[in-house]
Design a protein around this ligand. Structure first.
Ligand code: SAM
Length: 254
């Protein structure tokens, strides 16, 4: 098979790892699954016997016939030949679970996109170890950044285990990890709060080395900080996800 580097095609070839992924996903017969980037169906073939239905979103046209063949005896399952970044998940009405061994070049964009998707029960993604470490990291660490705050605002995040590069063909240059995301409920009071949260987190980390009083000067005066008990001399990496939620709630109400 001719693999396309620009589509991040590294296919799983180790059935032991696939079994371990499935065990951690713990599929059951009432599950509707969305799989992002099914490739040649390594994960799909192993999970489909356990679930109610599966919807595969694959960008590479050349893989679609084989994927349709894998699904041919399963009812209510389908292949969508589309770029996942353009796919509107919010047209899906029933709650669904999302899985995928992601194309690593767009894994961060996919995580940001998933923050805005309703009706998700849970997400299990394989992606670069370095990105998973950022997603689950805590404040005051080197890798804590915008991605950590955004992901942890929308999800309870858990790294399940690391995966060696030897289980893929071709072998990627980096290690991978398996990640679980569980949506958090009602974190924003309204859309305005959510929009301001997004902008405040972005501005804070754009000036990562600056004090937040400087990065957030267009939102807050020094006096405002007395209202939510956060020291304006702290830097973006010192603030918790809750601090960001609190600041943005305050800004959305002034
Ligand atoms: N799931 C397979 C496996 O584990 O062996 C393949 C994983 S491979 C890392 C990533 C897959 O995502 C490839 O099949 C690639 O064609 C597909 N892909 C890349 N960019 C995509 C996009 N924007 N939307 C949907 N699928 C994409």
């Amino acid at each position: 098979m001719h693999l396309k580097k620009k589509l991040g095609q590294h296919f799983l070839v180790d059935q032991n790892i696939i079994n371990k992924l499935i065990k951690n996903i713990s599929p059951c017969e009432k599950d509707s699954i969305i799989e992002i980037g099914p490739g040649d169906g390594a994960l799909t073939k192993s999970i489909i016997p356990y679930v109610k239905n599966i919807c595969l979103i694959e960008k590479d046209k050349g893989l679609i016939n084989d994927l349709n063949f894998i699904l041919k005896s399963y009812k209510n399952s389908k292949v969508i030949n589309q770029d996942v970044l353009k796919f509107d998940f919010n047209i899906l009405e029933c709650p669904f679970r999302v899985i995928g061994n992601l194309p690593y070049n767009i894994s961060t964009e996919i995580i940001f996109k998933m923050c805005k998707v309703d009706n998700v029960i849970d997400i299990h993604f394989m992606l670069q170890k370095e990105v998973v470490d950022r997603i689950v990291s805590k404040p005051n660490t080197k890798v804590y950044g915008r991605l950590s705050v955004m992901a942890q605002a929308y999800f309870n995040t858990k790294k399940l285990f690391d995966i060696s590069e030897n289980v893929f063909v071709p072998k990627p240059k980096v290690k991978s990890s398996f990640l679980r995301l569980l949506p958090r409920k009602s974190i924003f009071i309204d859309n305005k709060h959510e929009e301001i949260f997004y902008n405040i987190v972005k501005s804070s980390f754009e000036g990562r080395r600056k004090m937040i009083r400087q990065s957030l000067i267009k939102y807050l005066s020094d006096n405002d900080y007395n209202n939510f008990n956060i020291n304006p001399k702290l830097r973006a990496e010192n603030l918790t996800v809750n601090d960001y939620l609190l600041i943005s709630k305050y800004v959305s109400q002034i």
